[in-house]
Design a binder for this molecule. Sequence first.
Ligand SMILES: [Zn+2]
Length: 90
Amino acid sequence: MIIHIDPSSVSCDHIKQFMFDFIERELDGRLLMAMDNHVLSCEECQVMVKNYELSVDTGRKKISKTIKLPEGFKNEILKSLQDFTEEDDN
Ligand SMILES: [Zn+2]
């Protein structure tokens, strides 16, 4: 699928709108990278992608293999998500 988004202006709306193609990696490579970067820095989109993956439940887990997380970064995200969840419980 060819869509024209300026990779430097990827927003949550773009992730939402093109979630399927993003998960399936059916977009322009530069755009996919920009979307990966957005998702990595956006907790809202991380949750969105996770929920999408759970809802489609294909068992392919494509995105978690495709996104290359820098060493330690994943732990930081998990930790901040954990903090977020703990705060939410109060
Ligand atoms: Zn976002």
